[in-house]
Write a protein that binds this ligand. Structure first.
Ligand code: HXC
Length: 292
């Protein structure tokens, strides 16, 4: 289905599309024929990205808007300006904020700094687009980028986990409420995909990050950006429009491993396993001896 004109005639907005995962998804949409709009707080970064992507994809347009999605009036004004140049067919809620901290050390402002971006900002964006799509009877797709913490919670990133769980519930709720208007909503829950912005805040001690995932991820590696971009293109495509209200993990099964009682044993060596086997066998043998 990834034919070069998959998104011909479509126009998607990617929040936080100037860098990282947002940029990667946007580039994939453009490669597949879409025009895109990217927004973020840093105008210069957006301009540079847009220029690079347009130079690589002649005939395609990437428009940019500086905005802080925490400010509802700014979101509404931006969406109005975008619509003045033509309607959107899709929205990717990718912009986020997060940092690692012990929860007891968070001030109310620290909580708000994350929740205002992830929970409030995502809602402002989604509703500003949604009400226009409904008024115009226009089919559309919304994709939100979450994490597997929406199912398990996560220590040390509580404001993010809470806010993203809220967006997961928004996805499910609006998938039902807006289905009759031709609007569908889905979400991706990525595992570790190293990007500059996230890694500076989530791996501040610069641990040997990629090696960590050789034991902590069942597939022994972090995600490849192209895998996330492919997943996003798949879900945004009308070829799969019956998928609605889903949150789909792309994490090499890392989220599931975290739940397993014995998951930490993924780090055991062959010698460890041999020792374990011998210990269990010797316990079995002594039980047997007692029974006979
Ligand atoms: C404790 C902290 C803190 C920290 C900030 N604060 N950093 N508290 N530990 N490390 C507190 C401040 O002291 C302040 O509270 C309040 O938070 C607001 O801080 P500001 O710096 O004024 O906030 P602001 O300028 O609005 O910046 C927002 C931000 C910033 C979220 C803190 O990091 C940001 O702009 N991030 C956007 C990009 C981003 O985070 N990308 C990563 C997303 S990764 P007081 O009370 O002192 O005033 C992601 C999931 C990845 O979302 C999943 C990977 C598996």
């Amino acid at each position: 289905m990834f034919k070069p004109d998959l998104f011909k005639g479509k126009r998607f907005l990617v929040t936080g599309g100037g860098t990282g995962l947002g940029r990667m998804m946007m580039e994939k949409f453009v490669e597949l024929g879409a025009d895109c709009v990217i927004c973020g707080r840093r105008g210069g970064v957006l301009e540079e990205t847009a220029a690079q992507v347009m130079a690589k994809n002649p005939g395609r347009r990437v428009d940019v808007h500086s905005v802080d999605i925490r400010v509802a009036t700014a979101v509404e004004e931006m969406i109005e300006r975008i619509w003045a140049t033509g309607p959107l067919d899709g929205l990717v809620n990718n912009a986020a904020g997060n940092f690692i901290s012990q929860t007891k050390d968070l001030s109310p402002r620290a909580f708000d700094a994350i929740a205002n971006i992830v929970l409030h900002g995502t809602f402002y964006m989604t509703n500003a687009c949604g009400k226009r799509w409904i008024a115009e009877k226009r089919k559309a797709s919304v994709l939100s980028i979450l994490t597997t913490w929406v199912w398990t919670g996560s220590p040390f990133v509580v404001p993010s986990a809470m806010s993203k769980a809220g967006v997961a519930v928004m996805t499910q709720s609006l998938a039902v409420e807006w289905a009759r208007h031709g609007i569908r909503l889905n979400a991706i829950a990525p595992g570790p995909f190293p990007t500059e912005g996230a890694w500076a805040r989530l791996n501040p001690l610069k641990e040997d990050d990629d090696n960590r995932y050789s034991t902590r991820n069942p597939m022994g590696r972090v995600g490849r950006p192209s895998e996330l971009a492919n997943m996003a293109a798949f879900l945004m495509s009308e070829e799969v429009e019956y998928i609605n209200g889903e949150v789909i993990a792309i994490d090499g099964a890392m989220g599931l491993m975290g739940n397993g009682t014995f998951s930490s044993m993924m780090a055991y060596s062959e010698a460890d396993w041999q020792r374990i086997r011998e210990q269990i066998q010797s316990a079995n043998a002594s039980d047997k001896a007692k029974r006979s």
